[in-house]
Design a binder for this molecule. Structure first.
Ligand code: BDR
Ligand code: CA
Length: 328
């Protein structure tokens, strides 16, 4: 039985790769997509998601619009990473349909509670929608198998020196999700930046006659300006798509169950503090430690295996080409 998944996205170049993978992999049943402001405005994220799903052949998957901004702070622009349209300037045909009428919170509630199996909720964006859902309809936790979230880091950040973008964009929302009691799986920067597709492969895909493969190639080829002199560099990261891959191939990741908390104040705002101590410290001895959630944190990844898993799903015929010839 395929695993029922909902993706909460801020599409976004790598969210697009995640949608393409989730729609294509036979072991996943993509039952819905909810959108939130993050990499681009909410309107743009909704339109991008609908357009990408059309290319993915998943025009039947419902899409819902959620939060226009984080719980407390204003939305911030990520155009320097994802381009002004959120898709690195790639222009896909306008969507032929609209988002669900009732909005992301109602949509998530209905889709989760009506599903016969517990649903895996995959958040690839600031967690505003899920925080609002948990506060509005706390009963949904009974039918959520787990929340797999791209966010946080056990090491350095990217939005700030210590905070990862999705958590930094809405730290209060992340804190609410961490305190939800739902089993949590953190696919943070420690693994997020490790999975890449070689540039020659991406260029070949971009020139493909198959629209889905061509879109994958174009998305992978989008260039990021480095922090030094404005040089553009090829990274080829599959990004958010790796979090979805981890559901299909959990044994390709090394994880540890660790206490995690979100910092809400000062320069550390948005940092996920991951307690990797081997021995208890003063705070534990003196009973001062609270507000920690137990999270399965991904710390290592078989990057080649995940990159191939991704490509095999989204490039027609690739898996069959690579299969060993039938000895009979
Ligand atoms: C996260 O931020 C966004 O730029 C990506 O889509 C990803 O979800 C990485 O920090
Ligand atoms: Ca994202």
């Amino acid at each position: 039985m395929p695993i029922p998944v909902i993706l909460d996205v801020d599409t976004g170049v790598d969210d697009a790769l995640a949608l393409l993978f989730a729609a294509a992999h036979p072991e996943l049943d993509l039952i819905g997509v909810s959108c939130v402001a993050g990499n681009a405005s909410l309107e743009r994220v909704v339109e991008n998601s609908l357009r990408v799903l059309a290319v993915a052949g998943a025009g039947h998957v419902p899409v819902a619009a959620g939060a226009h901004r984080p719980l407390i702070e204003p939305a911030r622009d990520a155009g320097h990473v994802h381009g002004a349209n959120g898709l690195a300037g790639i222009e896909l045909p306008p969507a032929a349909r609209e988002a669900e009428a009732d909005g992301a919170v109602a949509f998530l509630r209905r889709t989760i509670l009506e599903h016969p199996e517990p649903v895996t909720l995959v958040t690839l964006a600031p967690q505003t929608n899920v925080a609002l859902l948990l506060r509005t309809h706390p009963g949904v936790v009974d039918n959520i198998a787990r929340i797999v979230f791209m966010g946080g880091s056990a090491g350095p950040g990217n939005a700030t020196a210590v905070a990862e973008f999705n958590v930094w964009h809405d730290p209060e929302a992340a804190a609410i999700v961490l305190s939800s009691g739902v089993p949590l799986y953190m696919y943070g920067l420690d693994v997020f930046e490790r999975v890449a597709v070689p540039q020659d492969v991406a260029l070949e895909l971009a020139a493909s006659a198959d629209p889905r493969a061509a879109l994958v190639g174009q998305l992978l080829n989008h260039r990021i300006r480095d922090t030094e002199g404005g040089e553009s560099v090829y990274l080829g990261h599959i990004g958010d798509a790796g979090a979805v891959c981890s559901i299909v191939a959990p044994d390709a990741l090394r994880t540890e169950r660790l206490p995690v908390r979100v910092e809400l104040a000062g320069y550390g705002r948005g940092q996920t503090v991951v307690d990797r101590r081997r021995f208890p410290g003063e705070d534990l001895f003196h009973g001062l430690a609270d507000g920690w959630a137990e999270v399965e944190v991904a710390l290592g990844i078989d990057d080649e295996r995940i990159a191939n898993l991704f490509l095999d799903a989204v490039v027609p015929g690739r898996a069959a080409d690579a299969a060993p010839a039938d000895a009979g």
